[in-house]
Design a protein around this ligand. Structure first.
Ligand code: AMP
Length: 424
């Protein structure tokens, strides 16, 4: 029998990478909270019906990508493919709508989609999701987008990303545009890829999203949705852009940005990178007025986005440093172990990462281990030192040693750390 491996498309995030994840998560907490967002944690699975109703029966996600199963009582449950439906379910269930508007919520965690795995695309992946609920003012759209770009700015990534914005109009005027699009695409059906021919029948807007090179010349000449906006939708979009400009948020308008989910209206946006090959979307979002009502909640509007955290971590790149201990404590024997064990604990309580040997290996082996762990210091205590109440503090770089009192060892390590010493 061979050892069991992780499921295809599902990956471990190994220690060499977790520092970067922590930086990304810390930036999200800091930036979102500065804009008044509060964290909410929603379950990893919900009733299947929530996603069917909240994402749309005709979307790729619901048709092809959900992890759906019956639990032992026969109820159909689904691992969440996205977070918006769950956050809105919680908003309705807990009566958030009575709070001052807009209600600002964010959440982070794993999502599950049965997609074809490739670099930057997984079957379990992580998102940070932001939702602002109960306010239609276009300044909110601009604020949400500015916050997204501030998140990337906080990680030093802003220069490597492109923000695209669009308006896909209101539910009321979209059918007229879709009719124009179908009039245009219909006679060109034979030139479209197989996928697009199917989309033309099911969800013609999605043709604009196609990445197949052969479809591009047709898509480029398609009528622009921006020419079909209602007066209100056009004014809304103009104000969003003016507010973005007032805040100095660089963006390009992309009339073909329609996004994959059915629920969007008016503002849509996406953040793209040229550095990750085919998986070029790092974040995306839009306005979804009407979705809360569709889930049997109040008629509150909403806007939000999702950031793909794997892709952010990939962009950050770089090797990990500074994960080793500051010092390795090396007792030579059982009696020394009894003295160093509490000293190690005191140093750790003081926030200093230290490692301990257990007095079972010879000194050269212990020093080699300290070296491999990348420790800046080794602390050696044998019977001779113990008898004098001392330990030897060895600089792992130079090999120089000096004696320090065992009683003051933890404080000495805390002092060294405060002086800026770190693992090599
Ligand atoms: P969506 O919820 O489809 O709008 O996706 C929002 C963001 O999540 C995308 O821009 C990607 O960065 C990320 N994302 C979506 N699907 C995947 C996946 N299968 N693997 C990794 N990241 C993903």
């Amino acid at each position: 029998m061979s050892p069991i491996k992780a499921v295809r498309g599902v990956r471990d995030i190994l220690p060499a990478e977790t520092r970067r994840w922590q930086r990304v998560e810390a930036a999200a907490h800091r930036v979102f909270e500065a804009y008044g967002y509060r964290e909410i944690r929603v379950p990893l699975f919900e009733r299947t019906e929530l996603f069917a109703r909240g994402i749309g029966d005709e979307t790729d996600i619901v048709k092809k990508e959900m992890y759906t199963f019956d639990d032992r009582s026969g109820e159909s449950l689904t691992l969440r493919p996205e977070a918006t439906a769950s956050v809105l379910r919680a908003y309705i269930e807990h009566g958030f709508h009575v709070e001052p508007k807009p209600v600002r919520l964010y959440t982070m965690g794993p999502m599950f989609r049965y997609e074809r795995p490739q670099a930057g695309r997984y079957r379990q992946f992580h998102q940070a999701n932001v939702e602002a609920l109960g306010e239609t003012h276009p300044a909110l759209d601009a604020e949400v987008i500015a916050m997204l770009m501030d998140f990337f700015g906080a990680l030093g990534l802003a220069d490597r990303l492109e923000l695209r914005v669009n308006s896909i109009g209101d539910a009321g005027t979209r059918p007229a545009y879709i009719a124009r699009l179908v009039d245009y695409l219909g006679p060109r059906r034979a030139e479209l890829c197989g996928e697009c021919r199917a989309r033309l029948d099911r969800n013609p807007l999605r043709v604009l999203d196609c990445k197949t090179p052969g479809c591009q010349p047709i898509i480029e000449k398609a009528p622009s949705i921006l020419d079909s906006l209602s007066r209100e939708a056009a004014r809304h979009f103009d104000t969003v852009r003016e507010c973005l400009e007032a805040m100095g948020v660089a963006h390009t308008v992309d009339p073909r940005l329609v996004r994959g989910l059915d629920y969007y209206v008016r503002t849509t946006f996406e953040v793209l990178t040229a550095e990750l090959g085919a998986q070029n979307a790092v974040a995306g979002g839009g306005r979804y007025d009407g979705l809360i009502a569709q889930l049997e909640g109040p008629a509150d509007p909403g806007i939000g986005f999702a950031i793909g955290l794997e892709r952010v971590v990939l962009l950050l790149g770089g090797d990990e440093r500074g994960t080793g201990p500051l010092a390795v404590l090396i007792p030579l024997g059982e009696a020394a172990l009894r003295r160093l064990l509490p000293a190690a604990r005191r140093a750790r309580q003081g926030g200093v990462p230290v490692e301990l040997g257990y007095g079972i290996r010879k000194l050269p082996r212990e020093l080699e281990r300290a070296n491999r762990l990348g420790a800046a210091w080794a602390v050696i205590a044998g019977d001779n030192e113990l008898a004098r109440g001392l330990a030897l503090l060895r600089d792992m770089r130079s090999g120089e040693q000096r004696a320090v009192p065992l009683d003051g060892l933890a404080d000495e390590l805390i002092r060294l750390r405060a002086e800026g010493a770190g693992p090599r």
